[in-house]
Ligand binder design. Structure first.
Ligand code: SF4
Length: 478
């Protein structure tokens, strides 16, 4: 008997074996008649035929096809729900020589990830998106997707999709095709052999678009989901041909592959060792050496109005603490108003890892106005320190057992030339009262926090003026 030639075999870029738990080892993760198996095969064959297997990085989504990486013997990254375009963007920019393919279902791409795909396409990112549209959430049990057809009953539209309640089916390919940047967008389907062969052509063309460096390419594939549609596989394929394809017309929605020019190569990323210098995190030789801190547990609440420099004060304290070898956290909290709204921040400096950045019982309260003092005074820990921006502490705010300083910090700053540095005057006073950090460490951190150079000198003056304020003449309520 003459030897038979195998003309349809396993694509090389599929693993020889895939692992499944327990008794399910003999079957794939997909239901009988599911389109994912066919789409996987088309993609795998295209990768083989283009000879790009060693360069491919697949980005798999959340959804039925999350287990893509069990089948494809290529680079694989599994990502959070809807975030495949962002990760594909990063992978392609970091590895321009790689062929990056994201594979997403309609729940993933058209619902939670709709902003991601829109912006990746609009930027013309040079990766390929394979978008499997079965018009339903499969893995989670049949909720309505943006692509669900009108009138279809789902677990979240039990009376059928209604335009006034649920809107219209979202035509993702048509939307993407209206953008300037995408190079190739085609909708294909898996409804019969002819459609499947056309789907493979489209996948190959999309990959070639990326290989030529032309820009964003996407193939939407209308795909059967017999399980959730509650159809047998044959009827499900028929529904792809006659139901889905009637609403979502097949064919190229955008094809600029002939006229598009290759995109310029991405700007190479700086070397890792350069990052501290670029981010101005290099400490330089003049930073005082960190000391061994026996016990530091500073829980600081800074509160005032927006515009008083509340957040900057906290940030500077945290930055300097970090330089000094302490564990730090800084947690801002402010209203929607830029100025005059309430603003506060929580700062922790510790010689131990910080368990929570939230400061509910501060041992230092910096209240830059009376409402803040009234609001937070009751939360200060016994023995704690309070700095109040005012000439006297309101009588009903005095709490025995606290060290309370009332100083008009912003008036002091005014004498220096600008009320804007009142927050730094407070910081100087805090450092002198507690000795938690040397002034020089704050000096060094200043340019990283205060970006405008013109303020650095006056800030340094303010720091020292603040440190000089706690003379014995200043009244302290204890
Ligand atoms: S639920 Fe639908 S999409 Fe998911 S594996 Fe089953 S048939 Fe495929």
């Amino acid at each position: 008997m003459s030897e038979l030639k195998c003309i349809h075999g396993k694509a090389d870029c599929f693993y020889e074996h895939y692992e499944r738990k327990g008794e399910a080892q003999h079957q794939t993760h997909y239901c009988p008649g599911c389109g994912h198996g066919i789409a996987h095969k088309l993609l795998a064959e295209s990768i083989d035929e283009l000879g790009i297997r060693d360069r491919v990085i697949l980005v798999s989504p959340v959804g039925c096809s999350v287990f893509l990486y069990y089948y494809f013997d290529v680079g694989n990254v599994q990502v959070a729900h809807g975030r495949a375009p962002a990760v594909a963007t990063a992978l392609k920019r970091a590895h321009p020589e790689a062929i990056v393919i994201s594979y997403q279902g309609d729940g993933d791409l058209a619902a939670i990830g709709s902003a991601e795909i829109l912006h990746a396409a609009n930027r013309g990112e040079n990766y390929t998106s394979i978008f499997i549209n079965n018009a339903i959430y499969g893995m989670t049990g049949g909720q309505m997707a943006p692509t669900t057809l009108m009138g279809n009953r789902t677990t979240t539209t039990p009376f059928g999709r209604n335009v006034f309640n649920d809107g219209y089916p979202l035509h993702v390919s048509e939307v993407i095709a209206t953008l300037e940047a995408p190079v190739y967008v085609e909708r294909a389907a898996l409804g019969n052999i002819k459609q499947i062969l056309q789907a493979k052509k489209a996948i190959k063309k999309a990959l070639e678009t990326q290989m030529k460096g032309l820009g964003f390419s996407m193939v939407e594939i209308l795909s059967p989901c017999p399980t959730i549609w509650k159809m047998d596989p044959v009827d499900a394929q028929k529904h792809v041909r006659e139901g889905l394809a009637a609403v979502y017309p097949l064919g190229a929605k955008r094809d600029r592959t002939r006229e598009a020019e290759p995109r310029p190569a991405p700007v190479p990323a700086p070397a890792l060792e350069e990052l501290p210098r670029i981010l101005k995190l290099d400490k330089g030789s003049d930073t005082p050496a960190p000391v061994h801190h026996e016990t530091v547990d500073f829980r600081v609440k800074v509160a005032g109005f927006g515009g008083q420099g509340v957040l900057l004060l906290g940030q500077l304290l945290a930055e300097a603490g970090m330089d000094y070898g302490l564990e730090v956290s800084w947690l801002p909290s402010y209203g929607p108003e830029m100025r005059s709204g309430t603003s506060n921040c929580h700062v922790r400096l510790s010689n131990k890892p910080v368990d929570s950045p939230f400061v509910s019982s501060p041992n230092v309260l910096i209240a830059l106005n009376e409402p803040s003092l009234r609001k937070f005074i009751a939360t200060v820990e016994p023995g704690g320190l309070v700095f109040y921006n005012g000439t006297t502490i309101p009588a009903d705010c005095i709490r025995p057992g606290l060290r309370m300083h009332a100083i008009p910090f912003f008036s002091v700053a005014d004498e220096l030339g600008s009320t804007k540095v009142g927050n730094i005057v407070v910081l100087g006073a805090l450092l002198s009262a507690t000795g938690v950090l040397p002034l020089e460490v704050v000096d060094h951190a200043l340019p990283r926090v205060v970006k405008a150079e013109k303020w650095i000198e006056i800030d340094r003056l303010a720091l020292r003026r603040g440190a000089s304020l706690l003379s014995p003449e200043v009244p302290v309520h204890v």
